[in-house]
Design a protein. Sequence first.
Length: 283
Amino acid sequence: MHHNGLRTAVLLGAMSALILVAGGWLGGSTGLQIALVLALVGNGAAYFFSDRIALSALRARPVGEVEQPTLYRIVRELSTEARQPMPRLYVSPTAQPNAFATGRGPRTAVVCVTYGLTQLLDERELRGVVAHELSHVYNRDILISSVAGALATMITWVSYLAVFFGGSDDDEGPGFLGALLMMVLGPVAATMIQMAIARSREFQADESGARLTGDPLGLASALRKIEMGARRLPLPENSRLTSASHMMIANPFRGAGVGRLFSTHPSTAERVARLERMAGYRR
């Protein structure tokens, strides 16, 4: 967990420095200031309303103990074990097995599972998934994601503005070709930030969740089932679902070919291998 935190801090610091260097290289601060304002406004809204956005994308609704007694009991037990407040519970009617957590902290936390997940997993596996999602909340991953998203958006905007601010005839700016290169590489850099942050968070939540339940193999079994179920029932890649996909425990889209290179989720095989090592499992 500490290594992942250090890696995240280094990555965020490096990307912040990249933005400052790019702003200076483009020959002024005007474009960078505009990008900064737009990024902070957009990502501030995403941060404060991320739970509503994600829940709306999956048409999730709140549930209580009467409707989902097993799920409710598992969440209550794990929250008590972690000495944290009980989060709100939501269930999406989606047939694909998946789950996510959102909220700025334990007191505003939401855990959402799909109907497909409740039908596919046994209680031991469901417990592993819930612990994984609660760990995202306890590790303050939503805050990390918001900061990473802000940086990613700033890089993208700087790359677009480079075309307008980089075409001067003097020798101080990067010139049109340099600005055009920035426009191409900027979105790629933004994607790489989000990918690295999300992958790091998933490994950390796997480890934290396994420690919370004391059962790494339960989560490993759940991940295998979820991957197979997600492949059979991929979700459509519309804008609403794409904005929430990085929160989910598994990639909800088909993710074939080159798309896998830019997946925000690490491979299930690698995650399972790590969990098996935690359990001291030997093949």
